[in-house]
Design a protein around this ligand. Sequence first.
Ligand SMILES: Cc1cc2nc3c(=O)[nH]c(=O)nc-3n(C[C@H](O)[C@H](O)[C@H](O)COP(=O)(O)OP(=O)(O)OC[C@H]3O[C@@H](n4cnc5c(N)ncnc54)[C@H](O)[C@@H]3O)c2cc1C
Length: 521
Amino acid sequence: MIPSSHQEIARFRAAFAAMPDAARPGIDAELLDSILDAAGRLADEVIAPLDAVADREGCRIEDGRVKTPEGYKAAWAAMAEGGWLGLDQPETHGGSALPIVLKAMTTTLFDRACPGFGMVCGATASASVLLSEHAPDAVAADWVPALIAGTRAATICISEADAGSDVGRMRTRATQDGADWRITGTKQWISYGDHDLTTRIGHCLLARTGDAPGGRGLSLFLVPSTLDDGRPNGISLIRIEEKLGLHGSPTCALSFEGSRGILLGTPERGLPQLFTMISMMRLQVACQGLAAAARATEIAERYASERLQGGDPAVPPVAIATHPDVARQLAEMRGKTELLRACVLQLAALMDRAAEDDGAQALAQFLLPLAKAHGAEIGFDVANAGIQVLGGAGYTKDWPLEQTLRDIRVAAIYEGTTGMQGIDFLERRLIRDPRGYDLFRAGATGSVAQAFHALLEEVRPAPAEVRLAVADAMLRAGWYAVCEWLAPRLPSDAAQIAGDLEDSFALHAARVRRGLGDGGR
Ligand SMILES: Cc1cc2nc3c(=O)[nH]c(=O)nc-3n(C[C@H](O)[C@H](O)[C@H](O)COP(=O)(O)OP(=O)(O)OC[C@H]3O[C@@H](n4cnc5c(N)ncnc54)[C@H](O)[C@@H]3O)c2cc1C
């Protein structure tokens, strides 16, 4: 039911080849082919068969532990054996030291096959990046190879009942106990907070250590589910959430009762340090959106070429793909998907250069909220459009599109809601620290980019509450400026969408101007 990875791989090859030389990391064509082909085989043969089972069975609690759906353990072992959990990690820790661009492509292939399973892989791989950067050497040397080998897994452990978008309100506390830290509090909505894929799980957890209000008093810890000698570390599973979708990913409430934690990095710098992991996970959300959009587009295209309806009643019906309105919907789906693909590859390529190049780092930070938010939105919109193309069949469980729609809905919520991405984009990336935007402007000289800059100049002097009211519209207007910049790389069958960019931009620019006129009401 989920089409093989074949076409998706071809689209990645084409999108990678279309990147300007300066933006494209040096990857040997043979290496690119072998990595994509191997990832495609794993996605098709091992991961895709999990998708329907994960949705139907979900995760459940047995004897106080989360039991994952049938087939997950074998898939996890295959992920680890193939080296996919450490693709971009240094060889010293057992990784393959390959570019993040390759990781973005393979992550998309895996998430296109089964996003619920991909959640544990994404958190674990992103934790490796965090620990390599911020953990004491001995801790990194102990944990990162184990995460790459799949003998341990990891979570990102931030949210609490009263601390969702407002991270600074968290109440979980860490207190010093000799050389140790003890963590006490309740965390909520933790993806794979517990499971049966590994015996040990490392929670990359924020907790309050200082009295400074907001995010300033937060420090970062690694809190293992078990101690080094195998005894439990005072963490109990309270429940797993019942959700709209993504049933194959257990969303856990966890209680920490004096659990031992290892301090990562500098005390009270926890939140900025955790951004190493958050950035990787936001890239993954963009990949999840691309995966959902690509899967929906391919299913809809095939269905529309085979489903016969309409035409002259005197002769046999025609394929619905030939009806102008269906062709229009398919073209829009393809165009949005390919724009997102170009954006994901560009962002990943910038993240590859970020460590050595401040400009690449700044430009990546500028693109990240756009890619995260629009990845989520495009994934959902294109899945929705796919259901429309399939008609009644799309609404049934006979086709995987209704599951795709349910599964991808959360992408606009976790890792920072779209509303919070809008505020980050406008307040931080355009106003407070515009280095990335300035670099973008230097390379993006089209009419939409210029119109966006004029719009920003109108927004900049507005009072803070007015700016917050137009942040979402600015995030969407900014997306079309980025799309215009990326459009020359699109394959010809998707490029027609570029013609609509000015109209789409104008719609959101009008929203911004209305918001400015309303004074933020
Ligand atoms: C399936 C799932 C998996 C998750 N996995 C994890 C995980 O692994 N680890 C983890 O730590 N968390 C996880 N989360 C939690 C997730 O990150 C939060 O749900 C998210 O950050 C939003 O917080 P909230 O749900 O409390 O919503 P709220 O913060 O209450 O927001 C509700 C609405 O109000 C808006 N809003 C809130 N504050 C503002 C503001 N200042 N300005 C403008 N608008 C605002 C938001 O944009 C949103 O639309 C997960 C959540 C889900 C549903």
